[in-house]
Design a protein around this ligand. Structure first.
Ligand code: CU
Length: 320
């Protein structure tokens, strides 16, 4: 019996030594003090089991929090006193939500999903890390608790189950990071294309998403009629809608209208450009070239920086 036992424990060691490739983490890893939307990415369940509840402890200083409802999940908000009193919208606030639990749904181990809670990062200082301790629970009672906080000077990436965190940026730096600096973007005729980006994909993932803002400063509507890229066999513009509590996405027919004087946002959870038959999964830091073809403005070449390899989890949104 010794040999089989040894073999079994050796296998267990190999498994646990494999890189833990998908930690629960926050989509936006750097934020200025003020309103913050904590988008918590849940990339897997507990050893093959689905996740049936997600609880997030809201950190001190994250004030006036409100969770975003999720179809198929109930929300429980725990309230309590804050350690300090904060000034929010001209009022002193000393208590409020301290934890949020989504329950009643079932997120399969092989699926990815996001859980969102918005609040205000009050009195946070540049460089400070704010931790959102999160716990996934599975039907057998097993838990994945992402609650480890690094000691002073310790690298959070060295922890096995690090609590997701956001780092407070200096106000000006954060504005620049998120491109809300008034840059006009790419101009093509009356169109202005701003903040284009693609989401990093997991190895082996066949399709990915890209996002941007398209503004029409002209007096005539235009239409995005075709998209192509050497990086993908096929590229389409998709809509995403709730249908009977299920997210459904489908190609936009007859092109995407960009109304005269209007702005169309392609963003995660909504309209998006979808790359199918992707040869090499998009890796964070890479650039993806894409050609947008508009009815009036003609062809526009855009380079999409690939962002958020840690949390984007590629086309996670497509797996609903
Ligand atoms: Cu899609």
């Amino acid at each position: 019996m010794r040999i089989p036992t040894f073999a079994a424990s050796a296998a267990a060691i190999i498994i646990s030594a494999m890189p833990s490739m998908a930690h629960v983490s926050l989509q936006q890893k750097e934020a200025a003090p003020g309103t913050y939307k904590a988008v918590l990415g849940i990339p897997h369940g507990c050893d093959g089991e689905p996740t049936v509840s997600v609880r997030v402890e809201l950190p001190e200083g994250f004030v006036g929090a409100k969770p975003m409802p999720k179809p198929g999940w109930t929300i429980e908000i725990e309230t309590g006193d804050y350690a300090e009193t904060y000034r929010l919208h001209g009022e002193d606030v000393s208590s409020g939500p301290v934890a949020v639990t989504w329950a009643g749904g079932s997120l399969a181990d092989e699926h990815y999903d996001e859980f969102v809670v918005r609040g205000t990062l009050a009195d946070a200082k540049a460089g400070e890390r704010i931790f959102f301790r999160a716990t996934q629970t599975c039907p057998s009672g097993k838990e994945e608790a992402w609650v480890e906080v690094p000691a002073e000077g310790q690298d959070p990436h060295s922890l096995e189950h690090p609590a997701p965190f956001v780092t407070i940026a200096a106000a000006a730096a954060a504005a620049e990071t998120h491109h809300h600096d008034g840059t006009p973007g790419i101009a093509a005729g009356d169109l202005r294309i701003a903040e284009p980006w693609a989401r990093a994909m997991l190895p082996g993932q066949p399709s990915g998403g890209a996002y941007m803002t398209i503004r029409n400063e002209g007096r005539e509507p235009d239409r995005l009629v075709a998209v192509s890229s050497p990086a993908a066999g096929k590229v389409e513009v998709h809509t995403m809608e709730m249908k009977d509590d299920v997210m459904v996405m489908r190609p936009v027919e007859r092109g995407l209208e960009i109304p005269a004087g209007g702005t169309v946002d392609l963003e995660p959870g909504g309209l998006h450009i979808m790359f199918m038959e992707v040869k090499t999964p998009f890796a964070e830091g890479a650039d993806v070239p894409v050609t947008l073809e508009f009815e009036k403005a003609g062809k526009v070449e855009v380079t999409l920086p690939v962002l958020s390899a840690h949390t984007g989890r590629g086309e996670g949104k497509h797996q609903h």
